[in-house]
Design a protein. Structure first.
Length: 96
């Protein structure tokens, strides 16, 4: 059996919580691409950012690469989930 490949990498977490922006982004060092099925776990204590502020934290993250079967399964499930967004109507004429 082929096991997923796991490794630890430094990362940067940028968090902002304001009226204009509400986001948390994780950037892995070395411009590592995260592919479908891969898992990323950021290590460290939970962080809180008060409303109206932003903060940047340096942490480490463990990346577990998905195997070929899990990667294919994730892509298939994502594609099928996308079809739920299609709106299909069998009525004659437009909806008002």
């Amino acid at each position: 059996m082929i096991r997923p490949r796991a490794f630890t990498v430094p990362c940067r977490i940028a968090i902002e919580q304001s009226a204009a922006h509400f986001h948390a982004h994780v950037e892995l060092d070395g411009d590592l691409a995260v592919e479908p099925g891969d898992r990323v776990r950021v290590h460290g204590d939970p962080v809180r950012v008060p409303f109206g502020e932003s903060a940047v934290f340096e942490r480490t993250a463990t990346v577990v690469r998905a195997g070929p079967l899990l990667r294919a399964w994730t892509r298939a499930v994502a594609y099928l989930g996308l079809t739920e967004l299609y709106e299909v109507s069998f009525t004659s004429g437009s909806l008002r």
